[in-house]
Design a binder for this molecule. Structure first.
Ligand code: FES
Length: 98
């Protein structure tokens, strides 16, 4: 069986690291990244943009000390040190950038 190759069905994908490490280790999950992912997803849905913008939980982005980390493609924008209060600004950026 051969994989099918086609265009990505979203205009943008917002990757939110939700990787969880041991309690004494640094990771995005220890800094509310699950809540950040849920808030981003809810905002995209409320704006009726779920078919265009996909918020996707990711594994470790290898930038743990800077987390929580959010990366937006194809914008190639990296938000780090994200807090739940940053969600609205991130959404505005994602929606506004062509
Ligand atoms: S745990 Fe989020 S970048 Fe490593």
């Amino acid at each position: 069986m051969t994989a099918e190759r086609t265009s990505v069905p979203y205009q943008k994908i917002v990757f939110v690291c939700v990787n969880r490490r041991e309690p004494h280790e640094t990771c995005c999950a220890h800094r509310e990244s699950e809540a950040i992912a849920a808030a981003l997803k809810a905002r995209v849905k409320a704006l009726g943009l779920s078919r265009a913008i996909r918020v996707s939980k990711s594994g470790c982005q290898d930038l743990c000390a800077k987390g929580p980390n959010v990366m937006v493609f194809p914008d190639y924008v990296w938000y780090h040190g994200v807090a739940p209060g940053d969600v609205e600004r991130i959404i505005e950026d994602v929606v506004r950038r062509p």
